[in-house]
Design a binder for this molecule. Sequence first.
Ligand code: BGC
Length: 733
Amino acid sequence: MRQKELMNLLSQMSEAEKINQLLQVSGNFYLEDTILTGPLQEKGFTEESISLAGSVIGVSDPAKIMEIQKAYMEKHPHHIPLLFMCDVINGMHTVFPIPLAQGAAFDPELSRACAEASAREASASGIHVTFSPMVDLVRDSRWGRVMESTGEDKYLNGLYAKAMVEGYQGENLSDENRMAACVKHFAGYGAAEAGRDYNTVELTEQTFRDSYLPGYQAGIDAGSALVMTSFNTVNGVPATGNRWLMQQVLREEMGFDGVLISDWTAIEELIAHGYCENRREAARRAMEAGVDIDMMSGIYATELPGLLSDGTVTREQLDQAVLRVLTLKNKLGLFENPYKDADVLKAKQTALCQAHRDLARKAAAETCVLLKNEGVLPLSQSREIAWIGPYVKEKNLSGAWSMFGNSQDTVSLEEAAREVFPGDSYVEGCPVLENSDELIGVPGVKAWSCLKLQQEQEAALEAAREADVVVMALGEHRYQSGEAACRTRIQLPQVQLELLRKVAALGKPVVTLIFGGRPLELGEVSELSDAVMQVWLPGTEGGHGIVDLLCGIREPVGRLPMSFPRNVGQLPLHYDAFTTGRPQFSKEGEIKYYSQYLDCPNEALYPFGFGLGYTEFTYEPVRLSCDTMKKGETITASVQIRNTGRQRGTEVVQLYIQDLFGSSVRPQRELKGFQRVTLNPGQEQTVSFQIEETMLRFYTERKCYESEPGSFRVWIGSSSAEKNHACFRLTEK
Ligand code: BGC
């Protein structure tokens, strides 16, 4: 449809039609004979509004989507199609590793491919919009939603945001196999105080703009069709009713002109926040902020008629919001083809097709991070291995947001391992959790009887005694991370730690695999194990991906996208913290009055960017093409690296820069680039990075993004803890 026709359509719509374009309802309303009881009607879900609602959340069956669309459009006065939206987060039927794991691949192109595959499966199912990517910067692993993010680094998050948006959307939203992306949760949701979900966010404007906004900006610049508001407050004002945040920052400064959708009932929550006294005020605030779609609170449907009739909300405001929704429908080509790619047969054929499974296997392997290896890995096939732990047989390896994947389609660790090590023993040894107390609202986690636990433990210890090597498959329950899954204790469940202690006491080499959605305290695990590998929630092909690494068919190439703390008391923890006036141990001999803990080092147990492979690399000193750089010029930083191990291997060479003095304090270092380099044993290569002035910009005291002349330090190395560095000065002319 041309713009003129769209405007024409808008002018013909009644007020009720317009208002309800902004309403998003659950697909259940169309699927069953939903009885609209009093409370539902109070929320605005009347039969009229449902018959005019602009979009639907949560239906994923292509036949049902087509049926709903057909019936809806026939009745709709202007035959405007519905938009179908879903949370397709890390895959649809083929489930890829969770987003945090994808961050660990340090490979946005891999995530682009996963997003493309997800869009292929989802669009064939009739889905038009996915609520992904989540680009919230995360620094506190108590927060369960760290699993949905790509980590603690703004540069890395930005690259992933761009790759994922482009992967979902392609060149044209109306093209086959494409769907619209939704960058979320705007803004700052990852900074929820004390890592507790939905909690207050207090950030200085500088940190907000410098660290938190770049990820969203990258997604918006890549053309994300939608942005979702966040549940939290931003410096005292809930994001969903925050006019400054949405109008000035998002629309004017960041240039977003697509559809802004609230998070689930977030408009209604303006009342619980104590920001709005009633539904009417909540509707007004959200409209003033420019929120176009009301996800599931029904407040626009009930309140906008009154607000329009007394002029509190203008008809222009309403038209603008409706036009944005219609424009999205138009970009998706829904006026020409309301079913878009929905196709029952194609959906079946694409779901879990071999190409997607192959990609999932590669992704599962490339997202694992080897944290420790005292010569045990890769495993030799001639040795007898005992595979022990609750994740040996677990078939659900997909994470909290994978509602379309079926665990029966997942390859468990045991299934994959049996293909290579058929004669080994496979024992659970203990359940994931002692009981369901650690999971609120998730029924069905049953405690084992004492007898069963004892028998399984004995079987596990027996298997370990008989074996040459033990692989322990441990981790959090998949519902211990995700939305509303925050924890103040971030250790392995006790029942598993006890099993590990007993097995380790036998003195056999132990390889521990850690499943889960967040950085845990791994100090004791690491002490008890000869090798440790973080395998996250690796998805449909998780078992294969992990076994490929264990037996050396592939080499681990993952690097940590979040710092792993020594203990929970260090949180929030991130490598790009500001320096203090009293950096730790800054003066020889004086150890007390510095910024440090009495009982724990400041540093992470495993720092951001860290990860081992199966070979070793040495680095020569960092070289700069020039030790001064004029604005407008570039300099080259390079380093020679050499594979000094015995195997061909891949290194993720990372570039960090610190602005040593600024008009506001600067992070201790910031990631500015990385390259994957694969070398044969004995081979050397020079790795170079161009440093440009734009890479040195930050939000300065003058309230703009600019660089400031002065001294900079440059590190090139294998993690954020790298010491190999050189310095240069930036001059005006
Ligand atoms: C989450 C969003 C999600 C939405 C729709 C909310 O609870 O915060 O991330 O997209 O639900 O399912």
